[in-house]
Structures are given as structure tokens and as C-alpha cells.
Design a protein. Structure first.
Length: 489
């Protein structure tokens, strides 16, 4: 052995110059090839650096799991569980492959920020990349209820991104959308489309979960399902007394199941604050603020808790505090469309009408099918009226009342119609407002208008419009008996 080692050392000594040259050549080749390696592994600067580090995240000599090797696990049913599969690149362009992977990973990251979601990690879902998969198999493999699929395709001078959310337990489509963007904007497509998809998935998942809980035996519902049902019920109609009472009861049941569940206390406070608006019986009541304080103690950094806190403050008339809470909620979850709209609505009552319209418009883009759309549109109409943008006000108010007529919606619609001289329609709208709020008068709304209008001149104009609508409704009612008499034989 010693003899072999001696011979090897002697050979190295004799060929030292050759070996040095070979080493230098290897270094030169490495330097020259680096730009090519970077070119073919390059990702857009908009994309997260984590996207190219999959192998580095694995332990040495440990292969990534394949779908076939994953053990079936029990599905997560106490909250929305989702797997985001790698988006398919249907363009054939390698640059679009980076975009497809980047979208998938950014959506995973965005959904993971929502504490109420159970989201499968990127390294697991990317084992399905390039494979034909069955969503129900994915559901069984990963223990999730929902699977998000998508694709990227070049269509002429545009990039088309499609996404669909599937309830893998039933194969039902819970949500689908398509986004078209110019190819020239490919570097901005990632962030823009990711934000849009994450924002849309939140209400879509909540709606899907509500449908699931409706089919379930109430005795089988956990704390999360009870609170989610309560939250969605409130947001489907902020002025429905029965829904508010049912939501409060559901939250109380959830608290019995989980006394440390911060969101349950927050939604309970939200429901009770809306009741105080309905009945004017609990201003700053401890029955509202006690559960809210408990929620903040348990989960102050939960976006849902901050959202409910901002809504409660607004309902109790603490508008400057509400605005700050909405801003904090958006810091925690920038894609929360309802918080963006809430911020805009608070700005109306702070007489910041242009900013209000801009924020509400952002919310409408983020969640165009939101159950609160009627509420946002009603306040957009109000803000546009304050800005004397009467055409925009009329369009938004009409859209709002067609979806779900609220007091703000009907009052603004009646005033906008009267401003346009459409008095018969204005009278009908005022009658709808009376049906919802018996005894209301145009003079009684003066205080409300002073809270939102920038000056007394605008207040006087608005009251005049509402007065004309009120008079038209009164005239129409006076004609009804004579019409009935003519119809009798």
C-alpha cells in the first residue's frame, strides 16, 4: 500500500504543470458557462427566489416524494383545506413556465397568510407537476377538500391565465375565472393576477364552506364552521334582524366549544353592533365591546378580528378609530376586499369622497362577486352624489338596489332619480325606503347628510332631491284608492 502511494505522489510531482493547466481550464469553463446557466435558470425579478430552491430545501440524498408514494391522510374538515397544483404552461414558451410556477407559488404564499386556511406547502404540491392528476386522488393523498388548478397560455399579443377552484369531494366547481393581460406586461402579470386570484378565493372558499355546513347536521359543526356560517350570514344582509340573531347564537355556541377562539368573539361583537344600529338600544354597550376586547386580547393580529373590530367601531359611530382599524386590517391582509371597501366607507363619513370611491372601486375589482356588493355599491353611489357625479351615482345605486336594497341604497337611488327629473321612479324608490324604514322623512335624513356632505349648500341640494322623491311617493299613494275604486265592478 505504501509503495502505491509513493508512486502516485511521484506521478503527481512529475505532471504538476499538466494538472495545473487542467484545473485552470476547468475554472475558465465554469466562469464562461455561468451566464448561460443564469440565462436558462433565470426567473423574473418579480418572482420569489424560493421558487428555484426546491432541491436545496430537500435533505441530501432524499428524493422528493411522488404522488404515488404519499400516504392517504384524513381530510382537514374544521377549516377550508386547499392544495394549489402547479399551473400548466400551455404556451410552449419557457419564460411562461417561470410565470406559471411563480403564480402557483405566490398563490400558495398568499393563501397561507389567511390563518383560517389549511394550505398544502409548495414542495408537496409541486410533486404533481407535469402529471395528469385526478382531483379526488389529490384530495385523498393530501387530506384537502379543495384543489385549485390553472394554466397560462399566450393568445396573440396577450397572456391568458385561467384558474378554477374545485371541491374535490364532489368534483363541483366552486369558482372559476380568466385573466387576460398584454404580453408586454408579463413582468407585472404575476403580482397582479396572484392578488386577484387570492382575493377572489377568500370569499369563494367561504361560500363553498357555507354550502357544506348547510348540508351538515348542526350537532356536527365545529367552532370554525359555526363562526364562518355566522360571518357569511351577516355579510349577506347587514340589516336582516333574524340573520343577526342567528349569527350571534352561532358565535355563542362556537365560544362554548372553544373559549379561546378570538374570531368567534369578534364576529359576535360585529353582529351585536349591527343590532345596535337596528334598534338604537346599545350605543357603546358592553355587550358589544366586551366580546370585542376579548377577541383583541386573544388574536389582535388576526386579519378577521381586525376586520370585525373596524366594522364594530364604524357601527358605533367611532369613524376615525374605524378608519385606523381598517388600515391595520389591510396591513395584515392587503387582499381583503371587504376591508378595502370598509376603509372607503369610513372615508365617506370623514368627507374624503374621492379617496372613498377609489378604495371601493379597488374592492369591487378584488371581489366582483362578493355578497356585500350591494353595500359597497350603495356607498359608492353616495360618495359619487357627494362629488356631484350624478350619472355614476345613479348607475351604482341602481345596481345596489337590484341586488339587495339597503337604506343607503334606496335613499341614494331616490335622490339621484329626483335630481335627473325622473320623479315617478324616484317616488317608487322612496316607497321602497319607507317599506324598509317606516316613518323615515327627508327632513329626518338631514343629520345623516350633514355627516357626509362637505358643506351646507350640498346638504340643501340633497335634501331638496329627497323631498321631491318623498312628495312623488306621497302623490302616488294618494292615487291608489281612486284606481282601486275604478277597478271595482
Amino acid at each position: 500500500m505504501v509503495e502505491y502511494i509513493s508512486r502516485a505522489l511521484a506521478w503527481i510531482a512529475e505532471n504538476e504543470s499538466v494538472l495545473s493547466g487542467l484545473a485552470a481550464a476547468i475554472v475558465i469553463v465554469g466562469v464562461l458557462s455561468a451566464p448561460f446557466q443564469r440565462r436558462f435558470s433565470k426567473r423574473s425579478s418579480k418572482l420569489s427566489p424560493q421558487r428555484s430552491s426546491k432541491k436545496a430545501e430537500l435533505e441530501p440524498d432524499v428524493a422528493a416524494p411522488t404522488p404515488a408514494s404519499v400516504t392517504h391522510v384524513a381530510p382537514v374538515m374544521d377549516r377550508p383545506s386547499i392544495a394549489v397544483l402547479p399551473f400548466q404552461n400551455l404556451s410552449g414558451d419557457p419564460d411562461h413556465e417561470y410565470l406559471a410556477d411563480g403564480l402557483s407559488e405566490d398563490i400558495i404564499t398568499g393563501l397561507s397568510r389567511v390563518k383560517q386556511f389549511f394550505v398544502i406547502a409548495r414542495n408537496t404540491t409541486f410533486t404533481y407537476k407535469g402529471r395528469a392528476v385526478d382531483v379526488q386522488q389529490v384530495s385523498r393523498d393530501l387530506g384537502v377538500r379543495y384543489v385549485l388548478e390553472g394554466s397560462v397560455r399566450a393568445v396573440g399579443e396577450r397572456i391568458r391565465v385561467t384558474a378554477q377552484l374545485i371541491d374535490a369531494t364532489t368534483r363541483a366547481h366552486a369558482w372559476a375565472e380568466r385573466y387576460d393581460r398584454p404580453v408586454a406586461d408579463i413582468l407585472t402579470v404575476d403580482d397582479e393576477v396572484t392578488d386577484a386570484i387570492v382575493a377572489a378565493l377568500w370569499p369563494a372558499l367561504r361560500r363553498a364552506e357555507v354550502e357544506t355546513t348547510r348540508r351538515a347536521d348542526p350537532g356536527d359543526l365545529g367552532a370554525w364552521a359555526l363562526v364562518n356560517r355566522a360571518w357569511y350570514s351577516i355579510q349577506s344582509d347587514l340589516g336582516d334582524e333574524a340573520k343577526l340573531l342567528a349569527a350571534a347564537r352561532a358565535c355563542e355556541e362556537a365560544i362554548e366549544l372553544d373559549p379561546d377562539y378570538g374570531l368567534a368573539y369578534a364576529v359576535l361583537a360585529h353582529a351585536r353592533s349591527l343590532m345596535s344600529q337596528q334598534w338604537a338600544a346599545m350605543p357603546e354597550s358592553r355587550s358589544v365591546m366586551d366580546p370585542m376586547d376579548r377577541a383583541l386580547h386573544l388574536a389582535a393580529d388576526d386579519p378577521g378580528v381586525q376586520h370585525a373590530y373596524a366594522a364594530v367601531l364604524g357601527n358605533l359611530g367611532r369613524t376615525p378609530d374605524a378608519k385606523r382599524a381598517w388600515e391595520r386590517s389591510l396591513e395584515l391582509n392587503p387582499n381583503n376586499a371587504a376591508a378595502r371597501a370598509g376603509l372607503g366607507i369610513s372615508q365617506i363619513y370623514l368627507k374624503q369622497h374621492s379617496d372613498a370611491v377609489a378604495n371601493i372601486d379597488t374592492a369591487l375589482r378584488l371581489s366582483p362577486s362578493d355578497p356585500l356588493l350591494y353595500h359597497w355599491l350603495a356607498h359608492r353611489a353616495l360618495a359619487c352624489a357627494m362629488l356631484e357625479r350624478w350619472d355614476d351615482s345613479l348607475i351604482a345605486a341602481a345596481d345596489s338596489v337590484q341586488r339587495n336594497g339597503s337604506r343607503v341604497g334606496w335613499a341614494t337611488y331616490a335622490g339621484a332619480l329626483a335630481h335627473e327629473g325622473r320623479l315617478a321612479e324616484a317616488g317608487t324608490a322612496w316607497q321602497k325606503l319607507l317599506d324598509r324604514t317606516p316613518g323615515v322623512t327627508s327632513d329626518a335624513l338631514a343629520g345623516f347628510l350633514r355627516d357626509v356632505a362637505i358643506d351646507e349648500t350640498r346638504v340643501a341640494e340633497l335634501i331638496e332631491n329627497l323631498g321631491r322623491a318623498e312628495q312623488a311617493a306621497s302623490t302616488a299613494r294618494q292615487r291608489e284608492p281612486s284606481n282601486s275604486a275604478r277597478e271595482d265592478p
